[in-house]
Design a protein around this ligand. Structure first.
Ligand SMILES: Nc1ncnc2c1ncn2[C@@H]1O[C@H](COP(=O)(O)OP(=O)(O)O)[C@@H](O)[C@H]1O
Ligand SMILES: [Mg+2]
Length: 296
């Protein structure tokens, strides 16, 4: 290699280093630092009973108002579970509790049969293997799609190490695999800021997937998406089933239909509790569910 090329390479690496460091220090969209965590060695959740998440009798009050009121549900290992409910039902609050953002007043939360989530902080919960996607996408807009995934894979507190080290082949393979899953293979070197809203949402899901979370929580992931993007998102989630457990929160039933395909269970929340649970067709026939959705 000629000295010129070496110099050019060094310059590019330095510019990249600077962009990564800048990106790690701020959130480009969404106004909040995403809490991506790297899995660390330690206690692995025990799914031997077939259950990934236990939520038992969970209650949360805000100034006396019960946002969650004795809520109980479980998500099986590898299950794709839709949680639906009208606005204000407590869906986001439930996710806030599972991920350690909000402390419940009462109840139990267990990841597998052995990890008491109420004893862990947000970062530890992410490290234990629970990934969460917020309603608004929060990607680093100045970085490319690939760099966003790379940063997430490495963990943002290790930016310096990232810069020094070449990506291991295995990690590169995982990024390629995720790029294909999220339909962004052709956009890998584009700046994330140039993506459509739907593509940004997929990128953020990809940023969770490179970390291979055991449980993935998605809060209204198709809000603002076109019909085609919504359809592709449903396909993506269905393709993740089995390898990951998924909790997908939605307020309308249409996406629920695409996800459940007549055979997966849904949980309907209302006023902080479980109103109904079962196949979508069953809960749609439930008088109380009809009243909550149509009766006002
Ligand atoms: N930090 C908070 N302070 C006060 N009230 C809150 C707070 N977070 C949520 N709530 C209230 O709790 C209820 C449930 O909210 P949320 O979990 O966001 O519902 P959903 O996501 O199902 O629309 C709503 O009535 C909401 O106004
Ligand atoms: Mg919400």
């Amino acid at each position: 290699m000629t000295p010129d090329l070496l110099e050019e390479g060094a310059r590019r690496r330095a510019a990249y280093a600077q962009r990564l460091a800048q990106a790690a220090g701020r959130t480009e969209s969404g106004g909040r630092q995403a809490s991506y965590g790297r899995r660390v060695a330690g206690t692995e959740p025990d799914f031997a009973h077939g259950v990934a998440l236990y939520v038992e009798d969970l209650s949360v009050s805000f100034d006396g108002f019960k946002a969650l009121n004795g809520l109980s549900l479980t998500i099986d290992a590898g299950e794709l579970r839709c949680v639906i409910g009208p606005n204000g039902a407590g869906k986001t609050t439930l996710m806030d509790c599972i991920t350690g953002k909000t402390r419940p007043d009462a109840g139990r939360l267990s990841f597998g049969s052995n990890i008491d989530l109420l004893r862990l902080g947000e970062t530890q919960i992410a490290q234990a293997g629970i990934g969460r996607k917020f309603q608004k996408p929060t990607v680093y807009e100045a970085l490319t799609v690939f760099e966003n995934l790379e940063l997430s894979l490495q963990g943002d507190r290790r930016v310096r190490a990232t810069l020094a080290a070449r990506l291991a082949g295995e990690q590169r393979d995982r990024i390629d695999e995720v790029l294909a899953l999220i339909h962004l293979k052709g956009e890998a070197v584009r700046a994330a800021g140039l993506l459509s809203h739907g593509q940004k949402q997929w990128l953020e899901i990809g940023m969770l997937l490179v970390q291979d979370p055991k449980l993935l929580l998605l809060d209204e992931p198709v809000a603002g998406m076109t019909d085609e993007e919504t359809e592709r998102t449903a396909e993506l989630f269905l393709s993740l089933e089995g390898r990951h457990s998924l909790g997908v929160v939605e307020h309308d039933m249409t996406f629920g239909e695409a996800l459940t395909q007549g055979r997966r269970r849904v949980t309907v929340l209302h006023e902080g509790s479980v109103l109904a649970e079962g196949l979508l067709a069953e809960v749609q026939r439930d008088e109380r569910v009809i009243e909550v959705y149509l009766g006002r």
